[in-house]
Design a protein around this ligand. Structure first.
Ligand code: FAD
Length: 482
């Protein structure tokens, strides 16, 4: 492995102090491979600054020395964006110690948080003030808000509250030259030129390091009911959504889909997971209805709608949680799908979106294709159907060796992404690009969009030190080729 100059390493260590760095290979190991164990990087040092000023000083040194920087949050990302290059010449900045909540303002309905705050800690803090921070995803116990904003994370409440991008009012960012860009405003209206924060939201650490944010809070719902509905097919799931949207009392805050194979995998591999119904069904939807008013009869309204649909044969069965405990059990069935897949062997994953009206078509076309190409493959289709976002995953059949199965990844994913694009969709709905999907970005984004993305990258990070080689490919500059 290449080594960075010892005098530079000394300077970096001095900035963060004794507790602010790791260089032992065992200590660094968890920071150097990704959630899915697809990417493995190397580095001489992991830096763990404890405030924005320290981040700025590190970035200034790296800018002077033209050293690549990889920002890292909870390292739960699915596209390899938080893992350094295997050449060992980049430094990793973990934001874990920037974990203070700077302010909660219940009149403005805002919270000012540092980048390293764990998402579930933010949710808990908001709840303690009788407020809701609605961003919610399976990795919320370990992902950090900085990582959520850098990936513009989605999750289970997008249908009602929007993506991470929609939950931000202000941002503090360290730019690639080490300047601190303070946009920590708590304003809901501010039309004063380009809204620069949106450049950094979803940029996966390629334009700067997010060190803090002003996020939006919402009233804590007075009532939430959770139900799992069994349906004949995915088309019926979409119809149910449309129907409930116009008829239900309260708001639909989640509308999550999973197919029978997903549920079977969970029942097989996750302890205490049980089928909520006595019979198997093709398709399930986990839905959540919320209301900020305690007197609204949201349960009665849902029961009425579901029984009408049962009579029409569009809904086949339904269970409504009657306690907090049961609600957790229902959510566990949906949220354990990624964990169950890990236990079931090799997995080929897709995180695509299509217009909601084309979901059934997408699932039908891709399932037929996958089953034709790999005999016995298990189609694990689940996701945020209310946002048109399907995790169309394929699990290794029992009779095929892992390597043989995974050799199908590129050819099959190429075709599956093409189907999503043809239906007016996206090849990456919520997980981003990182390293994993760079080739698809080249294939599917128009040249005009790619050129603009490169221009933005070049304008903000002309020396290409901020998470180099992730998301966009920057053409080498003549002076850097010497
Ligand atoms: P990391 O993985 O550490 O980093 C992700 C990217 O952001 C990298 O490019 C990194 O360089 C950059 N980055 C991190 N912190 C900063 C910062 N402070 N400033 C600048 N750049 C930074 N994602 C969804 O969108 N929806 C889901 O429903 C969802 N469910 C998941 C369920 C499970 C079980 C798992 C394991 C993952 C899931 N994910 C989901 C993916 C992942 O959790 C999200 O992408 C999350 O937002 C990443 O946050 P992180 O802190 O782990 O970031």
């Amino acid at each position: 492995m290449n080594s960075l100059n010892p005098s530079i390493l000394k300077k970096l260590k001095f900035v963060v102090g004794e507790k602010g760095w790791l260089d032992d290979s065992n200590d660094m190991a968890p920071y150097l491979s990704d959630e899915r164990n697809l990417f493995h990087g190397k580095t001489n040092i992991i830096l763990k600054p404890q405030n924005s000023a320290e981040v700025a000083k590190i970035v200034k040194i790296c800018a002077q020395e033209k050293i690549g920087i990889v920002p890292q949050g909870g390292n739960t990302g699915y596209c390899g964006g938080s893992i350094p290059n295997p050449n060992g010449l980049e430094v990793v900045i973990s934001l874990a110690r920037l974990n203070r909540i700077r302010e909660i303002n219940t009149i403005n309905n805002t919270m000012t948080v540092e980048a390293g705050c764990i998402l579930s800690d933010i949710q808990t803090k908001a709840k303690e003030s009788n407020k809701l921070f609605p961003l919610s995803l399976g990795a919320e116990g370990s992902c950090q808000i900085g990582g959520n904003l850098a990936t513009n994370a989605g999750g289970t409440q997008v249908l009602h509250y929007g993506n991470a991008r929609d939950l931000v009012l202000g941002l503090e960012v360290i730019l690639p030259d080490g300047q601190l860009l303070n946009m920590l405003r708590a304003l809901r209206k501010n039309n004063t030129g380009y809204d620069l924060k949106h450049l950094f939201l979803g940029s996966e650490g390629t334009l700067g390091i997010i060190t803090a944010a002003v996020i939006k809070l919402f009233p804590l719902p007075k009532q939430v009911i959770t139900s799992i509905v069994a349906l004949p097919n995915s088309s019926a799931a979409v119809s149910l959504l449309t129907n409930l949207q116009s008829k239900i009392v309260g708001s639909i805050t989640s509308f999550e889909f999973f197919n029978r194979s997903s549920l079977e995998l969970v029942i097989e591999h996750i302890s205490n997971a049980r089928d909520p119904f006595v019979k198997p069904y093709d398709t399930y939807v986990l839905l959540e209805i919320s209301s900020s008013q305690s007197k609204q009869n949201i349960k009665g309204s849902l029961e009425n709608q579901l029984s009408e649909k049962l009579d029409e044969g569009c809904v086949l069965d339904a269970v409504i949680a009657d306690s907090g405990e049961q609600c957790k059990k229902l959510w566990k069935l949906r949220e354990s799908i990624p964990e169950a897949q890990k236990c079931a062997g090799g997995c080929i994953k897709h995180d695509v979106s299509v217009p909601i009206s084309r979901i059934a078509e997408f699932i039908s076309l891709t399932s037929k294709l996958a089953k034709k190409e790999i005999k016995g493959v298990r189609v694990i289709a689940f996701g945020h159907i209310g946002d048109g976002n399907i995790h169309f995953n394929l699990t290794q059949p029992l009779n095929i060796k892992n390597d043989d199965f995974l050799s199908h990844t590129l050819p099959l994913s190429t075709k599956i992404h093409e189907i999503a694009m043809k239906l007016g969709g996206s090849f990456s709905a919520e997980h981003g690009i990182g390293i994993l999907k760079k080739h698809e970005l080249k294939r599917f984004k128009s040249l005009v969009e790619q050129d603009l993305m490169e221009l933005v990258k070049d304008a903000i990070d002309p020396e290409n030190i901020m998470n180099p080689d992730k998301v966009v490919t920057v053409k080498p500059k003549p002076h850097l080729l010497d």
